[in-house]
Design a protein around this ligand. Sequence first.
Ligand code: S3P
Length: 471
Amino acid sequence: MLMPGFDRFPSLAGVITVPSDKSITHRAILFGSLAEGESFVQAHSIGRDNLASVRVMQQLGVEIYGYFSGSARQMAEEEKLTDIEDSSSSPLALNSDGDCLLVIRGRGLQGLKAASDILDCGNSGTTSRLLCGILAGCLFSTTITGDRSLVKRPFARVSQPLALMGAKFSADYLPITVTGAELRGLVWKSEKASAQVKSAILLAGLFTDQGVTVCEPGLSRDHSERMLQAMGCPIVEETTEDGQHTVILPEATVPRRLNPLQITVPGDFSSACFFLAAASIVPNSRLCIENVGLNLSRTGFLDVSRRMGADIQLLERRIVGGEEVGDLLVKSNVLAGVEVSHEDVIFSIDEIPVLALQAAFSQGITVIRGAQELRVKESDRLAMMAGMLRLAGIEVEEFVDGMNVTGNRSLLGSGVALPTGEWLESHDHRIIMCGALLNFFLTGRVECYLPEVVETSFPGFYDLLTSLVAE
Ligand code: S3P
């Protein structure tokens, strides 16, 4: 049933791009810093998390020059990056606002220098956990810390395996002092599918001739494996029928080295999902999102949304920088509730909040299970989403590992704004964007909550949404 005034609700139409993939950009910065020679990383609109990776590698003695256009430059200055270059002298054209080029003078695997200060990773779990893997192999001590969210997130998941390889960790929560050592090899069976844990162990493995093996209960995102291979480092992978995934960095017969990278980072699928959901839900929408990374270990949201009835077409699939990329065309449709399993969660770990939001405007009940890991992300994302949806009048039953969301399409365009609450206080970028979208679904208006927090992963989010609504 449509509410009065619904015919005037703005639809979403146009062709858009989203910021570059945060996970791939982190890896390009960290791995490029360990390479022998100069790496070039071309990206569009990277967020504050990625700038934290640049800053900490600069503190460890890596020269990283950043050419930033427009708003990206302002953010780089706010994040106190050194070596911000004049974009007009960039060796590659920076075409649109937010573009950036990072030139990384890799110092090789033995070349990092002890930092004179604590390394502040801000909000970034990926920077801090992957950094643990690197610092484990550096023969000095370094203290890492982070913001009020990161200091509450568990680090035993990386410190335990890295300690078995020989490194020392002063605590299980930040701030942590990591003391590196001559490392030994490891065979590690992870309880969870976690790309941060897998990548930290692989990075530490680069510092020993002995082999490392990581077994995980399902395939977590595999950007590290792809990038290491592209840099000349052999990786062996096996997946058994029951979904168990094993990654091996074999014993080295000659000293390990990484070749420098030249990479154009595709758009972030996790960021694209906000607009896939928005255009699916808002009637009469037709949106094309160009140049989106479609690595199969990331696109669980597509599978679940299609099961819900979403009309999302893949227009052109191609390979860029060793990763699958495509353009996605999404048209609105009435969606129906589905069951989201633990396996779905592995492939959509960062998109579960958006799926819960999408479920709220679908017909029937969506059952999400096996998502306990969301409780230790930038915030307790299950609690934040359950609370937020209830504030909007949606029926939610919360479980330790998920929730049941009873869709209520009659709330679309109801005109009642989303009340503020814990979701806003969470300062969690993805939760804040979900709140902004939910408020948009309710009122048809764009309210710009905490734009500097949203810039953690999605600079320009509000401008993009506003521009679509205005058209
Ligand atoms: C990431 C891995 C995931 C994801 C995070 C980014 C990465 O975390 O949630 O946003 O880039 O490796 P886990 O490894 O903890 O699942």
